[in-house]
Design a protein around this ligand. Sequence first.
Ligand SMILES: *Cc1c(COP(=O)(O)O)cnc(C)c1O
Length: 227
Amino acid sequence: MSIAENIAQIRAMIAEYSLASGRPADAVRLLAVSKTFPAADIAEARETAQQFMFGENRVQELAEKAPVLPDDIQWHIIGHLQSNKAAKAAELAHWVHSVDSEKLLNKLQTGAEAGNRTLKILLEVNWTGEESKSGIRGTDEALRLAEKAASCKNLQLNGLMTMAEFDATEARLRETFSGVRELRNRMERELGLALPELSMGMSGDFREAILEGATIVRIGTAIFGRR
Ligand SMILES: *Cc1c(COP(=O)(O)O)cnc(C)c1O
């Protein structure tokens, strides 16, 4: 199947699950995760499927692809971001999904301010507590960073991001995604912030994520193939 056919199929599934979650068919956006795939594949997705949102894990890879692609593409950094890469991320990306420390917040703020840009950010929550994963652990730390993020004038905090366990059961996936949604609700209530976005769900678990309220799903393999 072509990239365009894969995207069409994923979009149809997203619309179906979105309706099943009690929301409009267009309530969930598709972020095409293009990491490890060449710029030509991104150009093809843009031209043949009008896909404009792409996700990359590494800033270096984004720095190689962004200059050779049209500037109507919206770039999202979704992988763990080291603070020494934050300035470059703030220069090239429109969104960063993987904010998980105060140090990173400060570096992103400095970089965005230097470039006179506003960067949309999400706080990455490590809900499952797996050692191998980055992300914020604990509700108190999440609340503290959200408050800090809200005070950064070149950063626009939009919500939360999470990754579920690789081999979780459906029940465990639903529990993880609903837990992050509830944390988001609590942050909105306690901090008086509007946090409309939940970046949750990948090729293997976007159904469960959408049923629990995801607004952005990050899909790589099901669009571009195996890495
Ligand atoms: C690679 C990656 C994805 C996409 O995963 P697929 O299983 O290929 O859809 C989503 N989110 C993050 C953070 C990733 O690193």
